[in-house]
Write a protein that binds this ligand. Structure first.
Ligand code: PEP
Ligand code: MG
Length: 589
């Protein structure tokens, strides 16, 4: 449980303060706070002498012209989209362009440069803050939505003025610990683990995409840490314990000694587990399990190979669409997929088609915010509404499949019709590529579905009829079964994949796959928790896919387990209906 720390004074650098959050990326980070303002690109604020005001006005005018050019390029791209989507995006870009043409925003900034004698970045920031405050007080959902647009334009202008900040973490000091209200998955993807020691955020839940990204990058991280921003200041010394979720600001020398020792122990244990790399994941009674890796970014392939994974069980493709204005072309995607397939050298690579929506990429694609992102036009639904995006991605995957074993995985499937629709697009794309003499495999790669919606789990037998494999996604399955937003810190304590309802759905879907003789893996975060390995094997799961960093620990567990005991344990757990009792059984096993 999170606790509110005692009231503290910002800037008090003498007293050690401990904050409790949720640990999401194991390990210990010891470093220097870098406060990150996710809402606005960081930019200096300074006074401008009267004589420099015309020059500052010109600098601002240039930033506006650059922004209008960017809008015009985006509009050209939008015209190539299918009618409805192109029109929608076109309207939005048109509105942005209007905002850049002598609107209240632009006039306001010009006025502030002149009267407040500040640099253009500061004038933009102040004007945006005032506009947003005015919108917020109107109590109108439509206008509240426009706040996002005003901020977007403001950020674009500041980026153009500073000419640097499209990659917001480029200038971090070594050993920086990023502290922010929130980090989007797109922000997290930009953190370079060689520079950043870890991060902590006030918002966010344990299974959010941001948390998963932290584990993938091997970054110690704590999220959902209350009150942190009230006291932390850039430059403060800080410790993050990514296992317990504790954040310690201004640690005493004694605390630092303790955490340096903990960090050394953690690294030692990790090295020891590394020795398991070439040993098989086999139970004491001889059952061999598949150990696969989940990746978020192509750069993780090194870690995957070092972990001893037998393949990639889940390659999330969202990174391709992050931190950019337009859509990635087929060729760019093909080159990236091909490299991963070649580097995996004959081991299977399961590429998941774009899972836009929910906590991923909801605003960065230029689409307007759905009423309820988690239940809206997410993942396969979105792709089926955008055949151009789907076709480009399938073509890239099919071409990459000519270089090694590839499987295609569809996220958020609810009905067999969705799978059939994607299959027919895939066949069409394959035929088109073949006609153009582009090399693709002669047979269609296996097409599988994520089982991550309760309805899909309950209809697993009907989905089995149209799928080549299942991948059970317990992160979303838990979210949708329990109606708990996986990214919301307010309900993080209620998010429990061990709830009997979730376990029953996993059991049922696994049974349906086994009856249909379909390969089934589990690739949610549960797969990487060695405490749950016995239960999952006992429920019939034979392949696990997880963050590469978890593979050694889970393999270590499997090599000490017997299937007889695992099945017994699973029977016990499944006969319980109380989540607390289930927790006790797991702890005791
Ligand atoms: C899941 O939902 O369990 C899953 C593996 O997919 P993601 O975390 O990318 O939503
Ligand atoms: Mg999911």
């Amino acid at each position: 449980m999170k606790t509110e720390p005692p009231p503290t004074t910002p800037g008090d650098t003498t007293t050690e303060q401990v904050f409790e959050g949720v640990g999401v990326g194991p390990g210990i980070a010891i470093g220097v706070v870098h406060l990150h303002d996710a809402d606005m690109v960081s930019a200096p604020e300074y006074r401008v002498p009267v004589s420099r005001i015309p020059a500052e006005q010109r600098r601002f005018a240039q930033a506006v012209t650059a922004a209008r050019k960017q809008m015009s390029l985006l509009r050209q791209k939008a015209r190539r989209l299918p009618a409805a989507a192109g029109e929608e995006l076109g309207y939005l870009l048109e509105a942005y362009d209007q905002m850049l043409k002598g609107s209240r925003l632009i006039r306001g900034v010009e006025h502030r440069i002149e009267t407040e004698r500040v640099n253009a970045e500061a004038a933009v920031r102040r004007e945006i803050e005032q506009l947003v405050a005015a919108f917020a007080s109107m109590d109108d959902a439509y206008l509240a939505g426009r706040m996002v647009d005003v901020r977007e334009i403001g950020q674009r202008l500041v980026r153009n003025l500073t000419k640097t900040s499209t990659r917001p973490f480029d200038d971090l000091p070594r050993n920086a610990v990023v502290i922010s209200q929130e980090l989007t998955p797109a922000d997290t993807a930009l953190l370079d683990p060689h520079h950043v020691a870890g991060f902590a955020t006030q918002a966010g839940g344990a299974e959010s995409h941001t948390a998963i990204m932290a584990r993938s990058l091997g970054l110690p991280a704590a999220i959902g840490v209350p009150a942190l921003l009230r006291v932390a200041r850039s430059g403060d010394t800080v410790v993050i314990d990514g296992t317990t979720g504790q954040v310690i600001l201004h640690p005493t020398p004694e605390t630092l000694t303790i955490y340096r020792r903990k960090r050394a122990e953690f690294l030692r244990a990790r090295r020891a587990l590394g020795r398991l790399r070439d040993l098989p994941a086999v139970t004491t009674d001889g059952l061999r399990l598949g150990m696969m890796a989940n990746i978020e970014l192509p750069s993780e392939v090194d870690a995957v190979l070092a972990s001893g994974a037998e393949g990639i069980g889940l390659f999330r493709s969202e990174f391709l669409y992050m931190n950019r204005a337009g859509w990635p072309e087929e060729e760019e995607q093909y080159q990236i997929f091909r490299k991963v397939v070649e580097r995996m050298d004959g081991r299977p690579v399961t590429i998941r088609t774009l899972d836009a929506g929910g906590d991923k990429l909801e605003t960065s694609l230029g689409a307007s915010m759905p009423v309820n992102p988690a239940l809206g036009l997410r993942a396969v639904r979105f792709l089926l509404s955008r055949p151009d995006v789907l076709e480009a991605q399938l073509a890239a995957i099919l071409r990459a499949a000519a270089h090694g074993p590839v499987r295609i995985l569809l996220p958020m499937v609810t009905t067999a019709d969705e799978v059939l629709a994607v299959r027919s697009v895939a066949e069409r794309v394959k035929a088109r590529l073949t006609r153009a003499d582009i090399i693709v495999p002669s047979t269609m790669p296996p097409i599988g579905v994520m089982i991550e919606i309760p309805g899909a789990a309950l209809a697993a037998d009907s989905l089995a009829g149209v799928s080549d494999f299942f991948a059970i996604g317990t992160n979303d399955l838990t979210q949708y079964t329990l109606a708990i937003d996986r990214a919301d810190d307010a309900v993080a304590h209620l998010y429990n994949p061990l709830h009997p309802a979730v376990l029953r759905l996993i059991h049922f879907a696994t049974g349906a796959a086994l009856r249909a003789r379909l390969p089934v893996s589990l690739c949610g975060e549960m797969a990487g928790d060695p405490r749950l390995t016995g239960l999952l094997l006992g429920l019939g799961i034979r392949e696990l896919s997880m963050s590469a960093s978890n593979i050694p620990r889970v393999k270590h567990r499997i090599r000490r387990l017997s299937m007889t005991k695992a099945e017994d344990h699973a029977r016990h757990v499944m006969s319980e209906y109380d989540a607390c009792r289930i927790n006790d059984l797991i702890a005791a096993f």
